[in-house]
Design a protein around this ligand. Sequence first.
Ligand SMILES: *Cc1c(COP(=O)(O)O)cnc(C)c1O
Length: 397
Amino acid sequence: MKKESETGGICSSTEAVHAGESRGHWGHSLTVPIAQTSTYVFENTQAVDDFVSGREARLDYGRYGNPTQHIAEDKLAELEGAEAALLFSSGMSAVTTTLLGMLSTGQHALIMDDCYRKTAQFCQMVLRKFGVETTFIPAGDYKRLKGEIRENTRVIIAESPTNPHLNVMDLEQLVAVARAHRIKVVIDSTFATPYNQRPLAFGVDLVIQSATKYLGGHNDLIVGAVLGKAPLVSAIKDYRGILGGVVDPHCAYLLIRGLKTFPLRMARQNATALALARFLEGHPKVRRVYYPGLESHPDYDVARTQMRGYGGVVSFDLDADLERTMAFLDRLEIPCIGASLGGVESIVSHPSSISYYELSREDRLEIGIADELVRYAVGVEEAEDLIADVAQALEAV
Ligand SMILES: *Cc1c(COP(=O)(O)O)cnc(C)c1O
């Protein structure tokens, strides 16, 4: 997948509505039934024997699988172009189970510094405790990345685009570096979604999604996913059964429901975010806009060849101090102030106070989290309404 013309049909609404579902559900139900069960029963002891000896593949206990969850996984695998998918109780459960499964004591991982805060903390607090070292690399510094590879490096972890600065990794380069050293690449593709980018097509080994965001799309569930080739995914599935981060059947159903409109929503959110980014870029009270769909973004060329759209998040520095930035946020009438993104409701976030409040101001500035930085995650409201609202709030400060 490279050019727009080659992405036709990928992640289409036809797939989103139908993939993974067979006709003929229980009771002739059109929609997928929710198998709200913790366990599965055997007709007799012979059936138990058939199961444990591997003669019959079936479910035995809810921590290892559920029919509703399996349909959600199959649908997601189809959309991502993956052989297999696993759902988890959260995006972080997907991240932590994957890394615990892939890394052993004495091994080393490389991770981009512009990554999800809790992923970084997992490396610093949990992996380190078990004797796995991680080195943080400035996002996009491929020379540094090569230089930090060690004999025992097993995994490269990156996000693309990143949060909140929307840096885009060159997946082709990343995979080339990793391949040369037989290192696996894990990409957290939450901000791109399979609609905009399919990392597996570039040779990435595993894709992680926080389906809490665009895939669920309604700000009403917490769920994560890991996708990739069947053998690697199967190995991680064993760890999921041990670590226990399974998704509940009702949540799996909500994800299936959300996925049916995912391509519609994503196309809309791509278009709205681009329009908002262009508006902000031309506004005198905005110092800088971070959006990979803008020609002014340092990764625009990579994004253009690697992505179909640029996602629904626009970050920007106001030409203002902390007090006036807060006043701007309070003046906005449509978006809510909050921490998440990707749903139908627009959400604005103030990264320095919402996500990075425990760092000192100096430490925040070092990683580009200024007091005047705003992250705007567009929902599916009308673009012109969102832009008019931003315009009046800028006018007022
Ligand atoms: C939200 C998010 C996560 C964590 O997902 P949860 O579902 O909240 O556990 C991981 N990575 C990225 C990029 C995210 O935005």
